[in-house]
Design a protein around this ligand. Structure first.
Ligand SMILES: [Zn+2]
Length: 148
């Protein structure tokens, strides 16, 4: 079987999301279908944007963004996506309430945005939180919600 292949090097958007398999397909569908971003560089780490919170991983990833995404791909936008029940945060059980969990993720997403915009003022940063909106048995629904 052969697959379509685009040999261009310009990719206008970088997406940083968690590698949690429960959210990956929904995240990619959201980006391509809802946001209409067909070409993007996916950076997938445990905790996704949490990579910007730790000084060591922050500096490594900022260098990657600078050399690869900005220097080579010419990105203009970074999309940061956190999610509920992220095991990199210890899961939902670590928090005292759903609100506390949500506020922690929103705070960290804003910190990550500040780190990026301080270093790369010309790059637009959008934040989203994948919320689990229903759970029945082993199946549920998630909804990406914008964080301001
Ligand atoms: Zn996660």
């Amino acid at each position: 079987m052969q697959y379509q292949f685009d040999n261009g090097s310009r990719v206008p958007v970088a997406v940083v999301h968690c590698l949690d398999w429960r959210f990956v397909q929904q995240t990619w569908k959201f980006i391509t279908k809802e946001l209409g971003v067909l070409f993007f560089t996916p950076y997938s780490f445990p905790g996704g944007p949490k990579v910007f919170l730790d000084l060591e991983t922050r500096n490594v990833f900022l260098r990657v963004l600078e050399t690869v995404s900005i220097g080579h791909h010419g990105i203009q936008q970074v999309i940061l996506i956190g999610h509920r029940d992220c095991k990199a945060y210890g899961g939902s059980a670590r928090f005292g309430s759903p609100e506390e969990e949500r506020e922690t993720h929103e705070r960290d997403l804003r910190i990550a945005r500040d780190v990026i915009t301080r270093k790369f003022p010309g790059v637009m940063v959008d934040l989203f939180y994948m919320e689990i909106v229903s759970m029945a048995g082993g199946e549920g629904k998630v909804e990406p919600q914008q964080v301001k």
